[in-house]
Design a binder for this molecule. Structure first.
Ligand code: WT7
Length: 648
């Protein structure tokens, strides 16, 4: 095995970080040997109406999975994010909003946050929203997206944020799965100088009674664009809250009451509504935010994610706000108006810690050193990466160009289902190796299993599992606990299966190698091959389709589709474009196929199962490593696919 480059902890930060190596080891050891005592003590990071006395009650049994943390504790999420800071920090900026267009900006203090959240919470109550009701949120990256989430949390409603890049069908599916009562949106969104028709998409989702559970759509006037209006359903945000006061008593919630649902793609079927509850989720996100970003009270923190994903929930809303942090909330994209935008925003707000995704780093890296040109990045102290494996080349660029060879990089591995960061370096405690997410956070016991369910010891490679529960673990799949058990706890009974592969090296560092199931990671966006396939075959000219990922320089993975058209259909460039537009509209622009290869037939086993392993190899131009093909029903299919492959 090749020796990896190492980056020792810089001397300059050794005395300033929250934790050093010994402290990390001591806390980690306690968190594993005595989780009850460890988490009971950490629970003091939150303010409780009723402090928990029962700490951990979790079972990953066969057929029975039950996860409860702090089950007799009572608290409110919005109180912890806002009210607790008012006594000392009311005038502190909670959100530095930076618009898509440079120069458009707004600072929101904790005091204002309180006012806006309370007003909307009262508005939602007026619409009949009660504790336990589900509220869908389909918003652009404006502070009102955070207000909407916190307003739900304040009154005990369960938010379900739908990423602003999803299409009407995807919105309707998510609304219907969760029986949402209200949807909160805006007239339009803005992205890289273009507008996104959010309200129109909601109208299409609700059309013809497609979402019977929805009683109202609350619409924020943002761009002032003309939108269709249905008086029975639609209500302007401003008008709704106009007569509402800026005071709203937070609802007292049990620690195990659901806080939100967030849909994510799996290897089969429709997206799953991952359910996170209140106490454990808040504690774990608060604590990981503090230690992973080495948070100091005067820091300016910036995460470039979107609130529509778990990163936005945990590290743009709950984690930073519970810590009373000041953060940048960015509406735009890293390369608009040009590739220096990230560096300019860092300079403008004197950002101390920056958390972004490998796909953004790779896109900037393509421009050499230009993305930092002429910008003062001296405020930066720490960099973070999330969403997909970061290749060492991108890591080195990030470290040198944005980090000026000074800032440690925390490569954080986690998932929608884990709620918070699971495997990560800590700036003051971990020597870095580019490309490795390094070591587990407190309370996390990662392990590697082989295909037969045997645990692998020492330096080894296998499937990544987590052996014991942690506070922010997802509790269930909304409305389908069986599916939760089947997806995560049936492959290896007794442990949580992540769906990722990983390697552990001689220093016990983890290297995530990517998904081992049929889940794609395209520009950090998680997509199920099954979802894209079902959108493809819904097209009248398509007989069959198989979707696989292939290595893509910027996106990490690209989407490669093998399509068998119906008899008599001409498979040409025009049809290819038609199918791409179709998926875009049916599902989302992020799911648009990169490559479409026509195929008269797909490689199948004699029992009719598509052999995706072979399709992946062909798409990756690795057809010389097909492996065992003896079970193929018709081997000639493969030769033809290889001859016509698109990634030569
Ligand atoms: C999948 C989870 C974590 C929040 C954003 C994505 C991949 C995530 C890393 C990383 C290697 C990573 C995994 C994981 N992933 N972070 N640092 N190194 N892979 O959340 O949409 O639920 O996707 O993203 O494959 O399973 P998600």
């Amino acid at each position: 095995m090749t020796a990896h480059k190492r980056y020792p902890i810089p001397d300059a930060i050794k005395d300033t970080t929250l934790l050093n190596e010994e402290q990390y080891q001591a806390m980690y050891n306690q968190s594993i040997s005595d989780p009850e005592a460890f988490w009971a003590e950490q629970a003091g990071m939150l303010e409780w109406y009723q402090a928990p006395t029962k700490i951990k009650n979790t079972r990953f049994g066969e057929g029975e999975v039950s996860i409860k943390w702090f089950e007799d504790g009572e608290l409110n999420a919005s109180y912890n994010c806002i009210d607790r800071h008012l006594a000392d920090n009311a005038k502190k900026t909670a959100i530095h909003w930076e618009g898509d267009t440079p120069g458009e900006a707004e600072a929101i203090t904790y005091q204002q946050l309180h006012y806006e959240v309370c007003k909307l919470a009262n508005g939602l109550k007026k619409l009949g929203v009660k504790k336990g009701d589900r509220v869908a949120i389909y918003m652009p990256m404006v502070p009102q997206a955070a207000y909407a989430m916190l307003a739900c949390a304040r009154i005990g409603a369960v938010h379900s944020v739908i990423f602003g890049g999803f299409s009407p069908n995807a919105i309707a599916d998510r609304i219907n799965d969760s029986d949402a009562k209200v949807i909160i949106t805006s007239d339009e969104g803005r992205r890289a100088g273009r507008s996104v028709p959010l309200k129109t998409n909601v109208d299409k989702a609700l059309a013809d009674g497609a979402c019977p559970s929805i009683t109202n759509a609350v619409v924020l006037k943002l761009t002032g664009a003309d939108v269709d209006w249905n008086d029975d359903v639609d209500v302007w945000w401003d008008e709704l809250v106009d007569d509402c006061t800026g005071q709203c008593e937070p609802e007292v919630m049990n620690a195990e009451d659901p806080l939100f649902i967030l849909y994510t793609s799996g290897s089969t079927g429709t997206p799953k509504g991952v359910v996170h509850t209140t106490g454990g989720y808040l504690l774990y996100t608060a604590m990981t935010f503090k230690y992973v970003f080495d948070y100091q009270p005067d820091d300016i923190y910036w995460c470039t994610a979107d609130v529509g994903w778990i990163t936005g929930h945990s590290y743009m809303v709950y984690g930073p706000l519970i810590n009373g942090a000041s953060q940048v909330f960015f509406e735009g994209v890293p390369n608009y108006p040009d590739v220096r935008r990230i560096a300019q925003v860092v300079e403008k707000y004197k950002v101390n810690s920056l958390y972004t995704a490998p796909t953004a780093i790779r896109a900037l890296m393509a421009h050499g050193d230009k993305p930092a040109e002429g910008c003062d990045l001296s405020s930066l102290r720490l960099l973070g990466s999330v969403g997909e494996p970061i290749n060492p080349e991108a890591w080195e660029w990030y470290h040198r160009v944005l980090g000026e060879n000074r800032c440690p990089i925390v490569d954080t591995w986690w998932q929608t289902e884990t709620g918070g960061i699971m495997i990560t370096p800590l700036a003051g405690a971990t020597e870095l190796k580019p490309g490795s997410a390094t070591r587990p956070f407190f309370g996390i016991e990662p392990a590697l299993f082989d295909a037969d369910g045997k645990e692998l010891e020492g330096a080894n490679e296998g499937n990544l599992v987590i052996k014991n529960s942690w506070p922010s673990q997802a509790r269930t799949v909304y409305g389908d606990h069986e599916r939760f058990i089947n997806t995560y706890f049936s492959t290896y009974p007794g442990v949580y299966f992540t769906g990722d592969g990983a390697r552990r090296d001689e220093d016990d560092y983890f290297w995530i190698t990517g998904r081992v199931d049929d889940v794609l990671n395209v520009s950090g966006h998680r997509l199920g091959t099954a979802e894209i396939e079902s959108a493809m075959v819904a097209h009248s000219k398509v007989a069959e389709a198989a979707v696989v990922g292939y290595p893509h320089d910027i996106k990490g993975q690209g989407i490669y589709v093998y399509v068998t058209p119906n008899d008599g259909v001409t498979a040409d460039e025009a049809l290819s474009k038609e199918l791409r537009d179709w998926v875009r509209n049916e599902l989302s622009p992020i799911a648009t196929p990169d490559k479409i290869q026509w195929s008269e037939g797909l490689p199948k086993t004699r029992s009719g199962k598509i052999m995706r392993r072979i399709l992946r190899k062909i798409a990756a131009n690795e057809h010389d490593q097909l492996g065992d093909t003896s079970t193929l029903a018709d081997p000639s299919v493969v030769d033809k696919l290889i001859a016509e492959r698109l990634n030569k």
